[in-house]
Design a protein around this ligand. Sequence first.
Ligand SMILES: *Cc1c(COP(=O)(O)O)cnc(C)c1O
Length: 435
Amino acid sequence: MPYLPEDLAATLAARTPTLWLNPRLEPAAALAALPVGEADVAAARERLERCAPLLARLFPELAASAGLIESPLLPVPALAEALCPQGRLLIKADHALPVAGSIKARGGIHEVLEFAETLALEQGWIAPDDDRTRLAEPAVRERFARYTVAVGSTGNLGLSIGIMAAALGFKAVVHMSADAKQWKKDRLRRRGVTVVEHKGQYGEAVAAGRAAADADPYAYFVDDEHSLPLLTGYAVAAGRLAAQLRDAAIAVDAEHPLFVYLPCGVGGAPAGIALGLKQAFGDAVNVFFAEPTASPCMLVQLASGGLEPLSVYDIGLDNVTEADGLAVGAASLLAAELMASLLAGVFTVPDEELFRDVYRLHKMEKLDIEPSAAAGFSGPRRLLDSDAGRAWLAARHLDAKLDQATHILWTTGGSFVPADEHARFQARGEALLAG
Ligand SMILES: *Cc1c(COP(=O)(O)O)cnc(C)c1O
């Protein structure tokens, strides 16, 4: 069995907040050796563009953006002053992504579109040059109704896949793990999606969904633990962020480093985005993942130094966290493979810190996010205020460039959370800050 250095395993098992710096980080030239490249991400971007008119027709909320599903890059001056007074700090507001209300929108919708397009083309229901709005015609919809799109999820991927599959007329089945929030199940059921509740954690929900779909020739399973169409769909975010930074006249280059902090569950979303960011910015971008202290699955996998699976259970953790979007015990090996040479590091965050930052953001910037989405907020603290972080910056000559640096906190979910849930998160954060 693969293993971790003993002191690291002990620190993680004790749930001590940690910054792990990747000893196998390589220059961005390592991109050339990876199994997913720029052409794969470009194909996903083109699919989303080709299908934008279809999306605008299916979802009225996308009319204003002509079917583009994108989030703003927001200045947060008060939070920046509190978290990271040196340099610039911004929020990439995926908590407000339309249609799905989380980072899962781009990847999940991309994968359902790929399945729908491929099926309709193979069966001759549309021609290759046809406008993709044809996929919403009653004749095609009726044929889609014969097929099931299934997924296993802790909640947000289920929302994204379920909403998109149902909108195209597929039967949609979402296998939810025990930590999935009730309101997410209710919201899906209202859309006609079948929700199967499992008593076990994320890995079991995925396995059950995979097994059910395997037994049905008319079922397509979105496999969060291995999916390339999810990952490339997520990666499309990077090029769009690059355009937003250009529009804001924010330089990213050797003299103006970019630091991006991404909450990580199974790893597909943050790995896709990290891959896209490395393709866009090369060595000028430093990407860190954030994981709950109870569920540091990517940290454990990457620190084991290889791709033999190692889970948080193997080191004595229970994967029980309020950060339901990140409650994953074993990382995607596809994501781990891609990140092994590109990821700067991973830090862990106790639940209490998530609630405090949810409350800070609400109070200072009037933005409401779910606890998972606040995991990245600990990034500047871990990097700039720890001996290990400062030594890492100095070794890369980044310490002298912090005045010209840009830090981006990626807020990954929350706009669909009911108001009373937000109020509970914020009350808990406020009490923790006072205590
Ligand atoms: C799913 C999710 C993530 C992480 O994505 P993975 O692909 O699971 O790593 C982060 N934040 C939220 C809110 C999520 O729902």
